[in-house]
Design a protein around this ligand. Structure first.
Ligand SMILES: Cc1cc2nc3c(=O)[nH]c(=O)nc-3n(C[C@H](O)[C@H](O)[C@H](O)COP(=O)(O)OP(=O)(O)OC[C@H]3O[C@@H](n4cnc5c(N)ncnc54)[C@H](O)[C@@H]3O)c2cc1C
Length: 407
């Protein structure tokens, strides 16, 4: 497309992260007549590396796996590199409470899978390539937005001056969503006061396909199992997500690798022995955000553009993929009834389906964070007793596991 050209689509998706690309695949699969544009600011392909893990990983629930399978990309993801986790151990580092989850309690082969973000996006982009009705514009940055009157077309202007129009624009452009700001869709947000440090480590002991998380006085520390390429490394690689108070994170980030690895192993109570190797470290300031309204005429938000939550329960993209499922179903339903894509009822129904579950998950994460932030003895007793009670709770525990897996 040349500068100042104008293009008309049925749906424009801004942001080709995991959520935007999954939505584009799902919509293209549902209806080959739908003309879809996907606009992405960064150059692709992200490209995963055989010799090194992507430091960004996600714990995908079974519900997310089912969606990716339905889109037709799960086999490619499995063939590239994933790691199942069959058990989970969560404990209070300042007390005696702990909870263990085991996939056998709910008769599933795994509780979920740890997958590198770049592998998921790459599989989805490869799939997108197979659809004639999707155009990927990348790198292309949205610089302005013209909201329509009800029933009209939304227009976005790209940095090269070209204009795209569609009756529906979906913003999946991430936590700092420029489209959300341009559309004046307001958020309720606050700083968690935490920064997440992520890295890939090797450990002395085998992870045994168990995801582990210790709640420390500074915040939660998770070791997520990765599938190493060589026999020796097979079960000795983990992705760490260490969420700590920001002042502490600054101190940790300047340590040299040896000091950092020693501090990390001690903070994890040597559950996996010594930490024997580490990749480059990355840090992410953590902020909770939630859009007050998920839409206005012609524009709707999904994924991190609609909500961002603390990574302590690894639910962010899982919620985003549930947004994809709901929005795609509502669009499909409308098309079957010949309801125009600009009709607000589509977006109202989507918001009704997603706002409650997203808010509920955010409230649970906030509750966890607050509970574990407190040092007062009664609260420490409460959380330790609570963990022990849940651990013994039989059917109730199985329900919690199924809920966390999105089943
Ligand atoms: C440390 C950490 C650990 C996490 N662990 C987990 C986990 O275990 N499980 C889980 O479910 N979630 C986890 N999450 C959350 C998860 O990473 C996010 O929910 C997910 O990446 C959001 O995907 P998205 O597609 O909505 O947004 P993004 O991945 O942010 O994608 C947005 C895309 O939009 C593009 N874009 C931005 N602006 C523009 C523009 N103006 N024009 C065009 N394109 C634009 C960007 O380049 C980007 O490609 C974690 C998050 C963090 C920080």
């Amino acid at each position: 497309m040349t500068s100042s050209e104008q293009q008309r689509y049925d749906i424009i998706i801004v942001g080709a992260g995991m959520v935007g690309t999954a939505l584009a695949c799902k919509l293209a699969q549902q209806n080959p007549a739908l003309q879809i544009a996907v606009v992405e600011a960064q150059s692709f392909k992200p490209g995963y590396s055989e010799s090194a893990f992507d430091p960004r990983v996600v714990a995908l629930t079974l519900a997310s796996q089912h969606l990716l399978d339905d889109i037709g990309v799960w086999p490619a993801i499995v063939a590239t590199r994933i790691c199942p986790y069959t058990r989970m151990h969560v404990w209070d580092g300042t007390g005696t409470g702990s909870i263990d989850f085991d996939c056998r309690e709910i008769s599933e082969p795994a509780l979920g899978h740890i997958v590198e973000n770049s592998i998921i996006v790459e599989a989805l982009l490869d799939k997108l390539d197979t659809y004639n009705n999707v155009e990927l514009l990348c790198p292309a940055v949205v610089s302005a937005l013209n909201s329509p009157e009800v029933g009209g077309l939304t227009a976005i202007i790209l940095e090269d001056g070209s204009t795209l129009r569609a009756p529906l624009l979906v913003a999946t452009d991430g936590a700092n969503s420029p489209v959300r700001s341009m559309a004046n869709l307001n958020t309720r947000e606050w700083d968690y006061g935490h920064t997440a440090i992520v890295a890939t480590v090797t450990t002395e002991l085998s992870h045994e396909y168990m995801a582990r998380q210790r709640f420390t006085e500074n915040g939660p520390l998770a070791f997520l199992p990765l599938q190493g390429e060589t026999e020796a490394a097979a079960t000795h690689c983990c992705s760490i997500v260490w969420s700590v108070k920001t002042a502490r994170a600054k101190q940790l980030l300047v340590l040299d690798d040896d000091r950092f690895m020693a501090t990390l192993a001690a903070e994890f109570e040597y559950k996996l022995g010594q930490v024997t190797g580490i990749s480059e470290r990355y840090s992410f300031p953590l902020r909770q955000r939630h859009c007050k309204d998920y839409f206005k005429p012609g524009i709707v938000v999904a994924g991190d553009a609609a909500h961002t939550i603390h990574p302590l329960a690894g639910q962010g993209v899982n919620l985003g993929l549930q947004d994809v499922q709901a929005l795609a179903e509502e669009i499909h339903r409308a098309q079957q009834r010949q309801i125009p894509l600009s009709d607000l009822s589509i977006l109202q129904r989507y918001q009704r389906r997603r706002k409650g579950p997203n808010l509920a998950m955010m409230a649970v994460m906030e509750g966890f964070k607050q509970l574990f932030d407190q040092d007062a003895l009664p609260l420490r007793w409460l959380r330790n007793e609570g963990m022990k009670q849940v651990d013994r709770a039989g059917v109730f525990k199985s329900r919690i596991i199924r809920e966390a897996m999105g089943l």
